[in-house]
Design a protein around this ligand. Structure first.
Ligand code: GLP
Length: 242
């Protein structure tokens, strides 16, 4: 694993965006695996700026997002489809029909997951997968569990994740309790993985995930077994690593 340590969130975001930009420049028809959460927002801002400066062209890029809440439509401002439109897609020239997010409105979980696995397979594979890191070590919505789930699946979100998301919803009843997420195999099959982490609140889990035992209780720990991982973090998030 390669670690890039930066002094603040802004520099972390720039470093991560540069890695994604390099991927798009080297392979204009690449498949980007994308992530939501607060951490990558600055990364997307930098990518948008590079696009606006004429340095990037997304017209042949395909994007495949990690996850989506079950039950939310793309118009709901808390859905991940909405997040991606707001933070990246509508600001760049990526073709909307080449942007994939699991279908939160598909009530049949088996169908939603099969469809998404097919989309990933038909894309030819993810060239670069961007990831954030949950406080409990989740990646996408692969929550701590007794075993690693391989493919896209429907998850019951853990109470800590539901609580962490509650701030975005008017009431606890509206907070989604389930989500569709790529599985660990989908993520591990990406050719390259880029993880972004910032803030003191992530320091403990960064240490556990990347320097502790590989265990499904800390889903991100599996990334230790991938041969092309770049961890980009600020000083705070990386403060506890050996
Ligand atoms: C959510 C997303 C993850 C994300 C995580 C961390 O649960 N499903 O993909 O990595 O939150 O979010 P943040 O970056 O806001 O800490």
């Amino acid at each position: 694993m390669k670690i890039i340590k930066t002094s603040n969130y802004e520099k972390m975001s720039r470093a991560a965006a540069n890695i994604i930009a390099a991927q798009v420049i080297m392979k204009p028809n690449c498949v980007l695996g994308l992530a939501t959460g607060s951490t990558p927002i600055g990364t997307y801002e930098h990518l948008v700026r590079s696009y606006q400066a004429g340095d990037l062209d997304f017209s042949n890029v395909t994007s495949i997002n990690l996850d989506e809440y079950k039950g939310l439509s793309g118009d709901n401002d808390q859905s991940y489809r909405y997040f991606m439109n707001e933070h990246l897609f509508r600001h760049v020239n990526i073709r909307p029909e080449c942007t994939y997010v699991p279908d939160g409105l598909e009530p049949d979980s088996a169908k939603a997951c099969d469809d998404y696995n097919r989309i990933i397979a038909q894309s030819g594979g993810i060239d670069l997968q961007l990831l954030g890191l949950g406080h409990n070590g989740h990646i996408g919505f692969n929550e701590p569990a007794d075993s690693f789930e391989k493919d896209t699946h429907c998850v019951d979100l853990t109470q800590s994740t539901i609580d962490a998301n509650a701030r975005f919803f008017a009431s606890m009843d509206e907070v989604p309790k389930q989500a569709y997420t790529m599985g660990i195999r989908n993520i591990m099959q990406a050719k390259k993985i880029l993880i972004v982490v910032n803030g003191k609140g992530k320091a403990e889990i960064v240490k556990k995930a990347f320097f502790g035992p590989v265990t499904p209780q800390v889903p991100a720990s599996i990334l230790q077994l991938h041969n092309d991982v770049i961890l980009v973090g600020d000083d705070d998030a990386l403060s506890l690593i050996p």
